[in-house]
Ligand binder design. Structure first.
Ligand code: UDP
Ligand code: MG
Length: 342
C-alpha cells in the first residue's frame, strides 16, 4: 500500500536530458545517472528528450525504459533544437527541482548532489560553472568567454557560464518562463526578471569522447541576437511608448527647431541679414547651402513621428500579448492570509 502511494506521488527531482544522435553515450550516461541519483535518497525521474535522432538512440532508450519506471522518453518527430527539447522535458517534468543535463557525458551526473545541496540553502537557481572546460579554445572557450562577459554586462546577472546545461532550477522558476529560439542559456536572466535567487557552483566538465558536437561558431552570433532580444524584453517590454516615445520626442523636437529656424529665415528674411547680431542667425545663404540642414530637419521630424507611432503600436501589441495569455505583469512568490495561519 505504502509503495503504491509513494509511486503516485510526484518525484522530488526531475532530470531532463536533451539528446540528438548520442547512441554511444546513452548506456554509460544511464548508469552514471543511477549511481549519482540513488545515494541522494530522494524520489526522482529521468526524462530523455530525443530531439529527432537518426541513430539507434531511441531503441536504446526504449530498452532502458522497459525495466526502469523512473525513466520517461519523449521522442520528437524531427530535430527541433536543444532549447525545444529542454522545453518539452520541462513541460513533462513533475519534480520540485528540475535539472537539465547534456547527454554526451561532458556534464558529470555526480555533480547533481552538490547542486541540490546548494539549492537547499535557499536559492531558486544554482548554475553550473565549467571552470575547467574541456573544449577547444579558439572555437569554443574564447567565444564563450566573450559571450558570457557580454551577457553579464548587458543583463547584470553575474554568472561565469551561461552555456553550461547542467543547472538546478526550482519548479516555480521554470513554470513562469517561456523558452524560444536558443533561449535555454538565458533561463537565469529570465529567472532574475521574475525575482529568482541565483548562485553558481563549479562543476566538472569532460571532453567529448563519443559522438559529435552539434554546434559550430555560428552559435555565438545567434546567442548575441538572443541577447539583444532579451535586453529589449527586460528593459522595455512592458512600457514601449516610454522608450520609443522618448527618443521619438527628442528627434521630433530637434527636427522642429531646425525646420522652424529655416522657416523663419525664409519667411521674414528671404534675402538674409547683412548687419547686426541677426546676421549671425540669418546670413545671406543660398538655398543649396541651406539644403543639408533642411534635409536633416525633415528627417528628424519624420523619424520622431515614426518612433512615436512604433511606440504606440507596441503598446497595443504588448497589451494583446499579456491579456491574451492572461499573463500578469508581476510574479507572486506567496500570499499570506488570515485563514491560512489558523
Ligand atoms: N542537442 C539536442 N538537439 C540539438 C543539438 C544538440 O538535443 O539540435 C543535445 C546534444 O545531444 C547534447 C546537448 O544538446 O546532449 C549539447 O550538445 P553538444 O554536446 O553538441 O554541444 P556542445 O557541448 O558541443 O556545446
Ligand atoms: Mg557537449
Amino acid at each position: 500500500m505504502s509503495t503504491q502511494i509513494l509511486s503516485t506521488l510526484p518525484p522530488k527531482i526531475s532530470v531532463v536530458i536533451p539528446l540528438l544522435n548520442e547512441a554511444d553515450n546513452l548506456q554509460e550516461l544511464y548508469s552514471q545517472l543511477k549511481a549519482a541519483l540513488e545515494p541522494i535518497k530522494k524520489s526522482y525521474q529521468i526524462i530523455f528528450v530525443d530531439d529527432g535522432s537518426i541513430d539507434s538512440g531511441f531503441e536504446i532508450l526504449r530498452q532502458i525504459s522497459l525495466s526502469d519506471p523512473s525513466i520517461q522518453v519523449i521522442r520528437f518527430r524531427r530535430n527541433f533544437g536543444q532549447t525545444a527539447a529542454m522545453s518539452a522535458g520541462f513541460d513533462h517534468a513533475e519534480g520540485e527541482v528540475i535539472i537539465p543535463l547534456d547527454a554526451d557525458l561532458q556534464n558529470d551526473p555526480s555533480d547533481i548532489g552538490r547542486l541540490l545541496e546548494k539549492l537547499e540553502e535557499g536559492y531558486d537557481i544554482v548554475s553550473g560553472w565549467r571552470a575547467k572546460r574541456k573544449d577547444g579554445f579558439v572555437l569554443r572557450r574564447l567565444p564563450s568567454i566573450l559571450a558570457n562577459w557580454l551577457i553579464v554586462t548587458m543583463t547584470g546577472v553575474k554568472l561565469h557560464d551561461f552555456g553550461c546545461t547542467l543547472k538546478a532550477y526550482r519548479r516555480e522558476v521554470i513554470e513562469n518562463i517561456n523558452l524560444y529560439g536558443e533561449l535555454h542559456r538565458f533561463i537565469p536572466v529570465l529567472g532574475r526578471q521574475i525575482g529568482a535567487k541565483i548562485t553558481e557552483i563549479k562543476v566538472t566538465h569532460h571532453p567529448r569522447t563519443k559522438g559529435q558536437s552539434k554546434y559550430g561558431i555560428s552559435r555565438t552570433i545567434r546567442v548575441i541576437l538572443d541577447l539583444i532580444m532579451i535586453k529589449f524584453l527586460m528593459s522595455y517590454a512592458t512600457r514601449p511608448i516610454q522608450s520609443f516615445g522618448l527618443i521619438g520626442l527628442l528627434s521630433f523636437l530637434v527636427g522642429f527647431v531646425i525646420c522652424g529656424y529655416l522657416s523663419i529665415g525664409k519667411l521674414f528674411f528671404p534675402a538674409g541679414v547683412s548687419q547686426g547680431w541677426l546676421s549671425y542667425l540669418f546670413s545671406q545663404t543660398s538655398l543649396v547651402e541651406r539644403l543639408p540642414m533642411l534635409v536633416l530637419g525633415v528627417l528628424l521630424l519624420l523619424t520622431g513621428i515614426q518612433l512615436i507611432s512604433v511606440g504606440l503600436i507596441s503598446e497595443l501589441v504588448i497589451r494583446t500579448y499579456y491579456e491574451s495569455q492572461n499573463k500578469p505583469i508581476y510574479v507572486i512568490k506567496e500570499i499570506l492570509k488570515f485563514e491560512d495561519s489558523e
